[in-house]
Ligand binder design. Sequence first.
Ligand SMILES: [Ca+2]
Ligand SMILES: [Ca+2]
Length: 652
Amino acid sequence: MRLRLLALLASSLAAGSLAAAALPSCTPDTLTGAPDGGLGGAGGGACTTTDSPCPVTFHLPLTGQKSVELRGDFQPGAWTMGVPMSIDGGEWRTTIGVKNNTPIHYKFFVDGMTWITDPANQASDMAGNSVTTASCPITGGPDCGKPDAGVDAGPPPIIGSYDWRQSVMYFAFIDRFNNGDPSNDAPVSGIEGPANYQGGDYAGLLAKINEGYFDTLGVNTLWLTVPMDNPSVAGAGSDGHPYSAYHGYWPSNLDKVEEHFGTLALLKQLVDAAHKKGIKVLFDYAMNHVHESSPTYKDHPDWFWPLDYNGKYCVCGQGCDWNDSYEQKRCWFTPYLPDWNFTVTEARAFSVSNAVKWITDTGIDGFRLDAVKHIETVWISDLRTRVTTEIEPKSKQHFYMVGETFESGNRDLVRKYVDPSLLDGQFDFPLRAVVVEKLLRRTGSMFDLDGFLASNDGYYPGIMSTFLGNHDIARIINTAMDDPWDAWAAADKGYSNWGKTPQLPTMKSPFERLAVAFTFLLTTKGIPLIYYGDEIGMPGAGDPDNRRFMQWSGYSDNQLFLRGQIEKLGQIRKAHPALWRGTRTTASVTQDTYGYVMTDGTDVVSIALNRGDTTAAVAGMPAKGHDLLTDTDISGPSVTLPPRTAMVLVAK
Ligand SMILES: [Ca+2]
Ligand SMILES: [Ca+2]
C-alpha cells in the first residue's frame, strides 16, 4: 500500500510539472488528419453545438508496450490521470469526446514512465506536445444544446431532474433487516442459524420506510439484495459449513420473486412507498451465474460455460484462476453455480431482457451489479443500451448502475468499467482501503490520505460509491477499536467467523472514530453507502458473522451517539450541495489532523478531522465559523478539536 501511494504521488508530480510546461500561451489551431476527428458527432440527427463533445480516436502501433495512457488537456486533470488505451488488433486505441473545434494538446504515457508524441501526427506545440483539433458539423435549431429544466450541467451527463450525486445509500440486506411477516420465515432444515434464513422480508423493510427510519438517517437511496427466487436447499460453503440462499446470490427462477421475501406485488408496493418518500431503490442483480436448480440452466445448458475447460475442473480458485483475465470470466464460483457464457448471443439477450423486465415490473431506479469483472463486459454495454433506449425515455430519469469490482489495489481495473456505455460508477474499494487505514486503524499519517485524494478526486469519470463496510468485510466497528481487530489478528486471539465472535465494544472510542470516518464520507463526493447496522456500530467477524440480524432495540449510549452523528451528517449533506457536488481543496494537514474545504459557488463548507487520541488544532478554517455538528460558534482560522472528533463549519 505504501509503495503504491508513493508511486502515485511521484507520477502526479512528474506529470504536473510537464503539464505546466506543456501549455503555451498561444497555440496555432492545427487541424491534422492523424486522429480520426469528427466521427459521427451529428449521427442519427443528434443535436450538435459548438459545445458538444466531438469523438476522436487515437492510435499507437503495438510494439510490446505493457500499458499506454492518453494524457493531455482534453479534460481536467488528464495530464495527471489520463485515459487508458486498449489493445485492438495490432494497435493501442481509445476514443474520447473532446470540445468541438478546440485544439487539444496531448502525449502518450507508456508503461507508466515514458512520454512520447503521437507518431501519426506531425503537428506539435512549442512544448513538444502533439496537437489536434476535432471538428464535428453543427446541427439543430435555436434551442439546440440548451439543457432541459432542472438538469444539472456538471459532469457526468445527467438525465432528468434527479442528480445522483446527492444520493446517500443504505444497503438493506433483506433477510437480516426486519421481519414484517413471520409466515414466510421457513428456514431450510439442517443449516445453522448464521447461514440460514432469519426472517427478514419486504414487509419489514416497507414498515421501516413508512416509519421514516431512512428520512431521519438522511438516506435517500436503498440497495436491496437480489430479488430473484433462490432454491430452498443447502449448498456447501468454502468454510465447510452448509449454507442457505438467504443472501440471494443463487438465482434459480429468474422471473420470480424469492418467497422468503414476499411477492412481486409487495415489492412493487415497497418501491412505490419509497418513491413517495423521495427514496430511490436499487436492486442487487446477480448476472454471473445461476443455481444448478435453475430451469434456465436445465433448458439451455449450452448458455453456460462447461465446468471442464481443456481438462481443467474450472471452479474459481481450484482448476481455474480467480485472477486470470480469461479464466475469471468463465470459472464457476462453486460447483453448483453454473456460469453464464455471454459470448453466446442468445444467452446474453435472454439475461439482459430478464434484467430489463425487473426494471419495468417494479419501477426501480438502478442496479447494483455483482461481480463485474467475472462477466463478459458486453453484457453490461447491452444492458446500458437497452436502458438508454427503453427505460429512460419513459422514466425521464437516469438509471444509475453501480458495479462491484472487489479490488483495493487496482484502480485501473475499477475504472475500466466506469464509462457512459457501461457503469455510472463502482464501489470505491481503493479509497475505502486508505480511509480505513488512516482514520480507523491510524497507520501512517493524514498526509497519506491527502496524497491519495489528490489523485483520486478526479480519477473516475462517473459517480462512485464510497463506503466503510459491506457484507463481504468484517464489521467496521472492530477495526476502529483502540486495539484494531482484523481477520488475521483475530485468528491469533481465537476469533473466527463461527463460534467466538466479536461483541459490541463497551468503550466510546471506536464509535467516535467511526463518526469521524462517516464525517469524511458524508462531506466528500461520491455516494456514501451505509451498510445496515454500521450506523449503530454492530460488531461481527467475516461472512456470515458480518450479517447478523439488525438490532432494533436495547441500544447503548455509544450506539445512539454514532447514529445521531450520522443523522446530523445526512441532514447537513442535504442542506449543502457543496458537500456532494463541490470542489475539494486541502486546507491543512498534520500527522493526525486533516482540514479541507468544499466549494460550490457561494456554498462553502470547511471540514476538520482529528483522528488522534489527543486534542489537536486544525488550521485553514473560517475566522468566524459555526459548527453544524454541535451547533456552536467557533473562532478560527485555527480550531481546536478534542480527540477523535470532527467539525463541519460554515462561515458566520
Ligand atoms: Ca419473514
Ligand atoms: Ca462468469
